[in-house]
Write a protein that binds this ligand. Structure first.
Ligand code: UDP
Ligand code: MG
Length: 314
């Protein structure tokens, strides 16, 4: 039985990769139709995340040339996670299942037929998981590993080495639409939906054109968002740190009193300065971290739209 599958790709300044990406996907569509995996209603949906280059012009052109290609234009740059959500939520009622993948096709599209087969066999969510990380730099590989470790220590259930290459059924997407949070970390949220899931393994390639839209700064802030959106462990760590510092201070106070009673008093300048600086530092750190959570609460209670669609070319 051929299914109605939508492939959703967020694109931010991707004019260099779009011609090749659309060519490869159209080819894949021809093959999958031949194999009776997908039907004629299936679509490739490019979401333009407020690009400043020719990305939207290209998407418009392709969507007029090919019936299978659609385009969604966001009113402004909303970020990868929001753009992806915009795409998925727009197509969720039109498809049987939607597959999300980056526009640079670093994730292997050859895994898509496998994902669809697993969907046909009754899975609602199929995660694309990288079998190895040797195309990454030493730095990225190790920071990523540390990140997944830290997440699991803090009790967040993520699939290691899975990013945003995944298939979700219409049912899973509809359940997912009930998650109304504004701070998005999709790969942490999807497992919360439940239903039957499975994994497909693939090897991630290098970007074939253009450059990464995730510089180190964005990557770190994404990791930090992931942790603070899902775990209150950092707050608990601070409480523990506070307790330890208190015990330490009591010991120091006892020591100081004893010295005083024994008339060993000296200027005391060094110890005073050290403790002021140390405690000041700890307090600032704590307030900063608590502020991070309050900032999140602030964003959530405002319930601002997570993306705004300007145009939808079907
Ligand atoms: N992207 C987006 N909005 C942004 C940044 C990135 O839609 O603000 C898209 C980008 O076009 C690509 C995907 O997110 O399709 C992943 O970005 P990239 O390949 O640059 O990240 P990396 O693979 O280097 O982690
Ligand atoms: Mg990439």
């Amino acid at each position: 039985m051929a299914v109605n599958a939508y492939i959703v790709l967020p694109c931010y300044n991707e004019e260099e990769v779009l011609p090749e990406t659309s060519r490869q996907l159209l080819e894949l569509f021809v093959q999958m139709k031949k194999d009776a995996l997908i039907n004629e209603e299936s679509r490739i949906v490019f979401v333009d995340d407020g690009s400043r280059d020719k990305t939207w012009e290209l998407i418009s052109l392709y969507s007029s040339e090919h019936e299978q290609i659609c385009g969604i234009k966001l009113a402004k740059n909303a970020g990868h996670q929001n753009a992806l959500l915009a795409g998925l939520m727009t197509v969720k009622d039109a498809c049987d299942c939607a597959i999300s993948i980056d526009a640079d096709l670093q994730d292997d599209i050859a895994a898509i037929p496998e994902m669809i087969k697993k969907f046909i066999n009754g899975c609602d969510v199929v995660y694309g998981v990288r079998s190895k990380r040797d195309t990454d730099t030493f730095f990225k590989r190790n920071t990523a590993m540390g990140f997944y470790k830290a997440m699991s220590v803090m009790g967040v259930n993520t699939i290691p080495n899975h990013a945003d290459f995944r298939l979700m059924s219409r049912r899973a997407l509809n359940s997912f639409s009930e998650f109304t949070e504004v701070n998005l970390f999709l790969r942490g949220m999807v497992p919360l939906v439940g239903y039957k899931s499975d994994k497909v393994y693939y090897e991630r390639k290098e970007r074939f054109a253009g450059e990464s839209k995730y510089p180190l700064k964005k990557m770190l802030s994404f990791a930090f968002d992931g942790i603070t959106s899902f775990s209150v462990t950092p707050i608990r760590l601070i409480t523990a740190l506070g307790a330890i510092v208190c015990v330490f201070c009591v010991a120091a106070a006892v020591y100081a009193l004893v010295q005083k009673l024994l008339s060993h008093t000296s200027a005391g300048w060094a110890s005073l300065m050290i403790s002021i600086w140390f405690l000041g530092g700890v307090q600032l750190l704590s307030i900063g971290l608590i502020g991070e959570y309050i900032g999140k609460i602030y964003k959530e209670v405002k319930r601002r739209p997570r993306y705004i669609i300007e145009e939808y070319k079907k």
